[in-house]
Design a protein around this ligand. Structure first.
Ligand code: HEM
Length: 281
């Protein structure tokens, strides 16, 4: 029994299954992000983000998703090392194999995708964790209450009083109404920083975060590159996963390849329309 071979096959199966799970996540993620294009000032998008941010099933899903991404990457690297070890000698002549262009470059598109995904996390996910400055929503009522709370102290320092007045003014200038007709202030992390201890929970405003990012041409371009790289990875990944799982058949291979192309085009066009919309409209 060839144990390393078995281990390599099981690694491939896990990579394939996790890859298909990630492909499905990308579809759901696109569905939610397309709400950005409704032209309603972010009402639908905020409602969808709010649901995703507060639902416990989604929170568990998020942990599974991150674990999936990490395991998918680690196993791919392990497989690559295993492949290199299995071929220690360089071929004298370039080998003409049936390996497709996508298959040969899957590892490189994967690495590039990972780098661009890191940029994406810095722009969005890390705003939620508070590691990166972003825009946040907080009820104006809560800022008014904060003012009252400090006024009720014996002798509030004048500077403190003035700072809260200014925060309230800024909040009113940068305010919006949510789908529940709540009056919300749109502030940055540094605006809220001095009051972090006393202010109740505030949510990231991903609509305005996205708007600000995609209006910067270089980011819009980098994101569109990311979507194309993702599309390329999908076109290769779906048929490859089907093959690893033994779900390929001469009769259906062309259909699987076509479906992978259609899905990839939907992903690339769908996602790319978002930065293009914010850049030009
Ligand atoms: C216009 C394009 C995109 C926008 C506006 C966008 C927006 C967002 C936002 C707002 C979050 C944070 C959600 C939250 O944690 O509550 C997020 C997270 C994430 N995004 Fe994107 N995204 C885009 C494209 C993509 C693409 C193409 C991928 C895949 C390669 C991707 C992968 C992820 C992952 C893995 C997370 C972390 C998991 C999560 O929080 O759901 N995103 N994205």
């Amino acid at each position: 029994m060839n144990l390393p071979k078995i281990a390599s096959i099981s690694k491939k199966i896990v990579v394939a299954l996790l890859g298909l799970f990630l492909v499905l996540f990308v579809g759901v993620h696109l569905g939610i992000n397309l709400c950005l294009l409704r032209g309603d000032g972010g009402i639908w998008y905020r409602a969808a983000s709010n649901f995703m941010g507060t639902n416990y099933v989604v929170k568990v899903f998020e942990v599974v998703l991150f674990a999936t991404i990490i395991v998918h990457i680690l196993l791919t690297i392990a497989l690559q090392i295993q492949n290199l070890k299995a071929r220690p000698q360089r071929y004298h002549r370039p080998q003409k194999t049936k390996t497709s262009f996508g298959s040969k470059f899957a590892i490189w598109t994967g690495i590039l995708l990972l780098c661009l995904l890191m940029m994406h996390f810095c722009h969005f996910y890390f705003v939620k964790t508070g590691w990166v400055e972003g825009k946040y929503m907080i009820k104006i009522e809560q800022i008014v209450n904060l003012k009252q709370l400090l006024y009720s102290k014996d002798e509030p320092p004048a500077i403190q009083e003035k700072a809260i007045e200014e925060l309230l003014k800024k909040s009113q200038e940068n305010s919006l109404f949510t789908e529940d007709y709540e009056w919300i202030a749109n502030l940055t992390a540094s605006d809220i920083e001095p009051y972090k201890e006393v202010l109740p929970y505030f949510k990231p405003d991903f609509y305005n975060v996205a708007k600000d990012i995609f209006r910067v041409p270089i980011y819009a371009i980098l994101y569109i590159i990311m979507f194309f790289v993702l599309g390329f990875h999908i076109v290769h990944g779906i048929p490859s996963a089907f093959q690893t799982l033994g779900l390929n058949h001469n009769k259906y291979n062309a259909v699987i390849q076509w479906l992978a192309w259609i899905y990839a085009v939907i992903i690339v066009v769908g996602f790319s329309s978002i930065p293009i919309y914010f850049l030009f409209f």
